[in-house]
Design a protein around this ligand. Structure first.
Ligand code: AHR
Length: 370
C-alpha cells in the first residue's frame, strides 16, 4: 500500500508540473495588443513641379531649348523668312545674315517670299514643323496675318525674332524685334524736307510710298506727316512705288504731266530706288532735281551717296540693313533662356545730306559697306 501511495503522489506532482510548464509558455497580454493599422495613406508626393515658365517683360514665354543653358551658335538652326528682292537694301540685309551665319557656324535655311505674305505664312508653318529648326527669323512683307503661325511656333518650341519690319501682333507672341524705328525715320524725313524747302513760296510735296502693307512705309508716312506741319508742307498726292525704280518713275511722270498736280516742290520717297525713279522723271521733264524739286529718301546704299554727291537727292535717312550679327546674338540669348531682352531693340541710324558737300560724302562712300 505504501508503495502505491508514493506512486500516486509522484504522478500528481508530475501532472501539476506539466500544467505549470504549459501555463508559463503563453504570453500574457500585459499590454493591449498592437492592432495592425493600415499603412498610413501615402500622402501625394508633391507633383514634380515643372520649372516655372521663362517669361519676358512683354509676356513672351521663352521656349526651353534642348541645349539650354549652354547653347552655342553651332546649336542654332535658323529658319529665315525673307521678304524677297526689293532693292540694294534687301540685298545688303541678306548678305549680313548669310555672312554672319557662315562666320558663326549657324545653320541657316532662307526662304525667299517673293513679296507675298501668303508665302511667308506657308513658310512659317513649314519651319514650325521642321524638328531641326529652333529659331525663326521673319522680315515681314505685311503687318497682319501672323498670329496663328506665331502661336504655332510657341507650341513647337521655336524662338521667333522679327528683323527689320514690325507686326500688328502682340509682343507676347515673339521674343523681340530688332530694326529701325520707322516713325522716327519719317519724322527725320519731314524735318529734312522742311530744311530743303526753306524759302520756297509753296511747299507742295508728293509721296511715293513703299510696298502696300509694309510697316516701313506705313510708319515713315506717319512720322513724316507729324513733322512736315512745322513748316507748312502739304502732301498733294501719294501712291506706292513698290520699293522699285520703274514704277516710281512712272508715278512721278504722271504727276508731272497732270495740270494740277505738276505744281510740285518736293518728293518724299520711301526708299532710295523710289527716289532714283522720281529723279529720272524730273530730269526727263527738263526740271532740275535739287533746285526745282527737292527729294528726300530712306536707305543709305552706295547709290544714295552718289545721288547726294550729285546734288540730285537732298537728304537720306539711314535705315541699317546690317542686322545679322545683332539678331543672331540675341537669338542665342533666347535659346539659353534669357528673359531680360526687351520686346524691341532699335537700330542706331543717322542722316546724310547734300549740304555736307561732295568731298565729305565721297569720303564716306569710299568706305561704305553696302
Ligand atoms: O524695311 C526696310 C525697307 O525695306 C527699306 O527701306 C527698303 O529699301 C526695303 O525694301
Amino acid at each position: 500500500m505504501k508503495g502505491k501511495t508514493i506512486f500516486r503522489i509522484l504522478v500528481a506532482v508530475l501532472v501539476f508540473s506539466m500544467i505549470l510548464a504549459a501555463c508559463a509558455q503563453k504570453p500574457v497580454a500585459t499590454e493591449a495588443p498592437v492592432v495592425a493599422t493600415e499603412a498610413p495613406a501615402a500622402t501625394e508626393a508633391p507633383a514634380a513641379t515643372e520649372a516655372p515658365a521663362l517669361t519676358t517683360s512683354s509676356g513672351y514665354v521663352v521656349p526651353a531649348a534642348a541645349c539650354a543653358p549652354n547653347c552655342q551658335y553651332s546649336d542654332m538652326v535658323v529658319g529665315f523668312i525673307q521678304t524677297g528682292p526689293e532693292g540694294a537694301w534687301r540685298t545688303a540685309n541678306n548678305a549680313s545674315f548669310d555672312e554672319a551665319a557662315a562666320q558663326l557656324g549657324i545653320t541657316l535655311k532662307v526662304y525667299d517670299s517673293q513679296g507675298k505674305v501668303e508665302n511667308q505664312i506657308s513658310a512659317f508653318h513649314t519651319f514650325n514643323q521642321d524638328p531641326t529648326v529652333n529659331v525663326i527669323i521673319l522680315a515681314a512683307v505685311d503687318t497682319k496675318g501672323f498670329d496663328d503661325v506665331l502661336k504655332e511656333a510657341a507650341e513647337n518650341g521655336k524662338i521667333v525674332i522679327l528683323e527689320d519690319r514690325s507686326l500688328d501682333s502682340s509682343a507676347s507672341l515673339y521674343y523681340t524685334r530688332i530694326g529701325s524705328d520707322f516713325v522716327l525715320e519719317g519724322q527725320k524725313g519731314g524735318q529734312e524736307m522742311c530744311k530743303l524747302l526753306e524759302g520756297f513760296e509753296k511747299k507742295n510735296v508728293v509721296e511715293i510710298s513703299g510696298a502696300v502693307g509694309a510697316s516701313a512705309g506705313i510708319d515713315r508716312g506717319t512720322g513724316f506727316r507729324q513733322t512736315m506741319e512745322e513748316c507748312g508742307i502739304t502732301i498733294t498726292a501719294s501712291q506706292t512705288g513698290d520699293w522699285k525704280v520703274a514704277p516710281s518713275k512712272a508715278v512721278m511722270e504722271a504727276w508731272l504731266k497732270d495740270p494740277v498736280l505738276k505744281d510740285i516742290q518736293g518728293v518724299h520717297a520711301h526708299n532710295i530706288e523710289e527716289a532714283l525713279g522720281a529723279i529720272q522723271a524730273i530730269k526727263e521733264a527738263n526740271l532740275v532735281p535739287g533746285e526745282d524739286i527737292m527729294v528726300v529718301a530712306y536707305d543709305t546704299t552706295k547709290d544714295t551717296f552718289t545721288a547726294l554727291i550729285a546734288g540730285e537727292l537732298g537728304a537720306a535717312i539711314e535705315c541699317n540693313p546690317l542686322l545679322g550679327p545683332q539678331v543672331y546674338e540675341v537669338a542665342l540669348k533666347g535659346l539659353n533662356g534669357d528673359t531680360s531682352i526687351p520686346s524691341y531693340i532699335a537700330s542706331q541710324e543717322g542722316t546724310f545730306t547734300a549740304a555736307q558737300g561732295p568731298e565729305a560724302l565721297q569720303a564716306i562712300l569710299d568706305t561704305w559697306k553696302y
